[in-house]
Write a protein that binds this ligand. Structure first.
Ligand SMILES: Nc1ncnc2c1ncn2[C@@H]1O[C@H](COP(=O)(O)OP(=O)(O)O)[C@@H](O)[C@H]1O
Ligand SMILES: [Mg+2]
Length: 269
């Protein structure tokens, strides 16, 4: 079987905040058409920065890509505005569910159609979102502020879907949600992937959950990718298990510590 084409190709990017703080130190990753790729790593590893670099949302944070390249289906996109990227099918769902609290669920969803002009298309997109998220349909006239965390996360994803994306950058969808709701959200992601052919790059600290639904994963630490592989292989990899289960008396070790420790052990043996 031939490999699916690469939609998104991030090649050795560096990101600097405030002109001095080097946060991404040469990050490379690839997302194939129709895939679900997980970007894993602890708090502060650089996941959000990577997603923001792709969707060109770093400026507001005083960040900039200073090295490397980002290609969408073979075309450089580093200089496209976020709105142009949305028009080309790249949309980001922000960490922390940024719904407009004072708007209703439906009004929130409609804000996602700003790049669309056809009324019929907008209506059809709305129906599609309600079809995948029946909970949003029942809450359509509720103010977002009075809906649950899970409903707000669904609303944020639904709003992204209103742009008719081909690739969604999903930042920590599980954050602050009960496990059952996380499962529900990930199920819908899998469904959108299978039926609507939406490609996902999802940043997650919830490694187990993300690897359950992703095809491929990259593990980040301190602004670098330290490991990557098929989701199934990562989930069964002893280094990954050791790292995420935590070892020793002082809690979770650095992934690189474990690897260098193993290297030392081999060296001494
Ligand atoms: N606006 C900013 N200015 C300076 N440093 C930042 C900014 N945003 C994030 N950082 C730093 O960049 C690093 C990576 O952060 P982030 O990309 O948010 O990681 P993650 O999403 O994996 O938790 C952290 O050390 C964080 O403190
Ligand atoms: Mg983050």
């Amino acid at each position: 079987m031939s490999q699916p084409p690469i939609v998104l190709d991030v090649n050795g990017i560096e990101v600097i905040y405030n002109h001095v703080i080097l946060v991404l130190k040469g990050v490379s990753l690839q997302v194939p058409e129709g895939g679900i790729v997980a970007l894993l790593g602890g708090n502060g590893a650089g996941k959000t920065t990577t997603l923001r670099a792709i969707s060109n949302l770093l400026k507001a944070e005083r960040g900039e890509v200073t090295k490397g390249s980002i290609e969408l289906r073979g075309e450089r996109i580093e200089n496209l505005s976020p709105a142009d990227l949305v028009r080309r099918g790249v949309v980001q769902v922000m960490e922390g569910r940024h719904c407009f609290a004072h708007l209703t669920i439906e009004e929130n969803l409609m804000t996602g159609s700003y790049t669309r002009t056809s009324k019929a298309e907008i209506e059809a997109n709305l129906e599609k979102v309600y079809n995948y998220f029946p909970r949003l349909k029942t809450r359509r006239t509720s103010q977002a502020a009075y809906t649950s965390g899970g409903e707000q996360q669904m609303c944020a994803i639904g709003r992204a879907l209103m742009t008719n994306p081909s690739i969604v950058l999903l930042d920590e969808p599980s954050m602050g949600l009960a496990p059952q709701i996380v499962d529900e959200v990930f199920h819908i992601v899998k469904d959108l992937n299978a039926k609507e052919k939406v490609t996902f790059l999802l940043a997650e600290q919830n490694t187990n959950m993300a690897l359950k639904y992703a095809d491929y994963g990259y593990i980040m630490e301190s602004g670098r990718i330290v490991m990557d592989g098929k989701a199934h292989d990562l989930a069964n990899n002893s280094d990954v298990k050791e790292f995420y289960l935590g070892v020793g008396g002082d809690g979770r070790k650095s992934f690189r510590d474990i690897k260098s420790y193993k290297r030392r052990k081999r060296w001494l043996a």
